[in-house]
Design a protein around this ligand. Structure first.
Ligand code: GDP
Ligand code: MN
Length: 385
């Protein structure tokens, strides 16, 4: 689960990772009030769960009262489009107003788990700032990676390797060590899947400050972090995913146009692969579960149909615990309630398959039957091409 920059910074302060003074508001008046308290200049920053805000116009430095009001007025309510939001962008509901600081140097610092080595990896660069993706691509040698064994935890030599890699000046080392150690503790304490500071700056007066903050917390660990659960912002949820969660369906929204409904996560992955192999792109991942009821199938089908980017649907069910006749009933019920606006290809095998096929055939629905999985993928790819 992602949290906002201002929320991550609250946790940073708790763990003694320095951040600029600031406050959050949803109104222009509120922003003006905070700016008056902080003193000028201030930075006004859109709070959305996506990076690249600076380049998208979601971060503005204000040097006068007029600047403050104009920045708040522009950013609040804007649809902010960044590399990470997708073309639809995100409507900004809140801004963080922070005391402006003079920047001497912008560093990059993050902590992520590395599945390959089963280590916690510290990633750092002295080329922090808004172009870090380009640095990673063009001069990967300027990105430092230090692996920490989670059993023994962060040690002095890890800290030194990061600092030497950053070519940090000696007087800053003590402060940097403390910050990185604290950040590591925060990462572990909160079961994070990512903590990122870009930029971590050295100020004009030689202080180290986290100017930005990003945190992603492992959703499977949320039961032990009630304070994080309280930070949940429904404004940031994908509307179809939120709806799916209500019905206990495993649904993930993707970019393609082939909606697909499958029982079992493994079969769903294989189905997405074979859709791609046929030259099309899946619009979603949907696992209705091995023991799904007709009602769950109906809900899943309705969710897929509610997605405007879907141009064709592939239903791929292997009837084991979920019998084919039950699936067929769910599909027919959903199709009766919602207008079937796109072609549907069905590949069904397993328990009660004859009964399932009979229900679908007698329903009067215009369904396209597939002989096997490859045939199904080709048929649906042909439809959306
Ligand atoms: P992001 O683009 O979503 O990563 O947003 P950031 O919080 O990283 O802000 C983008 C850029 O704005 C930073 O890299 C800084 O260069 C600049 N910036 C943000 N806050 C301040 C500030 O208080 N003072 C100055 N001088 N620049 C700032
Ligand atoms: Mn940033």
């Amino acid at each position: 689960m992602k949290i906002h920059e201002y929320q991550a910074k609250e946790l940073f302060r708790k763990y003694k990772v320095p951040t600029p003074a600031g406050g959050v508001s949803e109104s222009v008046g509120g922003v003006e009030e905070i700016a008056a308290k902080l003193g000028l200049p201030v930075a006004v920053k859109a709070q959305i769960h996506a990076g690249g805000r600076g380049k998208g116009g979601g971060v503005k430095l204000a040097r006068t009262d007029g600047d403050v009001s104009a920045a708040a007025d522009t950013i609040l309510g804007m649809t902010l489009i960044t590399k990470q939001t997708g073309p639809e962008g995100r409507v900004v509901k809140k801004v963080l107003v922070e005391k402006g600081v003079g920047i001497q140097k912008e560093l990059y610092l993050s902590i992520i788990p590395d599945r390959e080595t089963a280590c916690i990896t510290i990633v750092a660069s002295r080329d922090g700032g808004m172009d870090i993706e380009e640095v990673a691509e063009r001069s990967p040698e300027r990105i430092i990676k230090v692996a920490v064994n989670p059993v023994t935890g962060i040690q002095g030599y890890h800290l030194r390797r990061v600092m030497f890699g950053l070519e940090l000046e000696k007087p800053l080392m003590k402060e940097f060590s403390a910050i990185l150690k604290n950040l590591y503790t925060l990462f572990v304490d909160y079961d994070c899947s990512m903590v990122e500071i870009n930029p971590l700056i050295v100020t004009d007066d030689n202080m180290i400050v986290a100017l930005d903050a990003k945190m992603d917390i492992d959703s499977n660990a949320l039961y032990r972090h009630p304070d994080i659960l309280e930070m949940h912002d429904p404004n940031e949820d994908d509307p179809i995913e939120a709806e799916a969660a209500k019905y206990n369906l495993n649904y993930i929204n993707l970019d393609g146009n082939v909606g697909n409904m499958v029982n079992g996560a493994g079969l769903a992955m294989a189905t997405m692969d074979i859709i791609k192999q046929a030259g099309a792109e899946p619009a979603n991942f949907l696992d209705v579960g091995g023991g799904a009821s007709a009602e769950m199938v109906e809900n899943g089908f309705r969710l897929i149909l509610s997605d405007p980017k879907v141009k064709g649907i592939l239903i791929n069910i292997f009837g084991g615990i979920l019998r084919c006749d039950v699936l067929a009933q769910g599909v027919v019920r959903a199709a009766e309630k919602v207008k079937l606006s796109v072609p549907v290809v069905v590949r069904m095998e397993g328990t009660n398959v004859e009964e399932g096929r009979r229900i679908l055939a007698e329903s009067g629905l215009k369904l396209i039957n597939a002989n096997d999985l490859a045939d199904a993928a080709e048929k649906v790819a042909g439809i959306v091409a």
